[in-house]
Ligand binder design. Structure first.
Ligand code: SF4
Length: 182
């Protein structure tokens, strides 16, 4: 059946993240040969830290790769329609490998979906002002934005990573507060 068809092919594009043009942070954008919208509730039910917005046909989740050789921070995957974006990478080789593994992960869900109870739980998008409260508010511009508020607005839209604020101490109380919203 067409609905159960797996991804057989995809094209990958690598770009530097918008706020770090010229840096080593890369985002992989994969265009797959199948619309993934019907799969999102199944990913919502199974993926780590899944965030689903049905009206946008959009989901974001954490992906750690297989097997467990990639320790530490997971990669962030966002899916909408035929587009899968994965961030962030330092090396192109890792981007290639993780992209391949992520497609395999999505295909496994397609093949196992009849055994998965779909979840339609919606993610409540955080407000930029709530994120801003916990940022350093120094407007230092190190993240590539002219103000902390501009950065908060992009973070609320999931267009940048919290790690892009180099002034926010990793695992500090404020860092954890913002992480919990995202
Ligand atoms: S790096 Fe952090 S403190 Fe500096 S402007 Fe960006 S958000 Fe604000």
């Amino acid at each position: 059946m067409e609905e159960l068809s797996i991804i057989k092919d995809y094209k990958m594009k690598l770009d530097y993240t918008a706020c770090h043009a010229g840096s080593e942070n890369l985002v992989a954008t994969l265009t797959v040969d199948r619309d993934l919208t019907d799969l999102l509730p199944y990913i919502n039910a199974t993926a780590e830290k899944a965030k689903y917005i049905s009206k946008l046909n959009w989901i974001k989740f954490n992906f750690r790769g297989f097997p467990e050789k990639y320790k530490g921070k997971p990669w962030t995957v966002a899916i909408q329609g035929e587009t899968v974006s994965i961030r962030s990478f330092v090396e192109k080789d890792t981007a290639n490998k993780i992209s391949e593994e992520c497609i395999k992960y999505i295909n496994d869900i397609i093949l196992q979906r009849e055994q998965i109870e779909p979840s339609y739980k919606e993610w409540k998008q955080p407000k930029a002002i709530d994120i801003f409260k916990y940022l350093p508010k120094s407007n230092c511009k190190k993240c590539g934005f002219s103000t902390c508020m501009a950065f908060a607005a992009k973070l609320a839209l999931d267009e940048v990573s919290l790690a892009d604020c180099s002034e926010l101490v990793l695992d500090s109380e404020n860092y954890i507060k913002i992480s919990e919203m995202l």
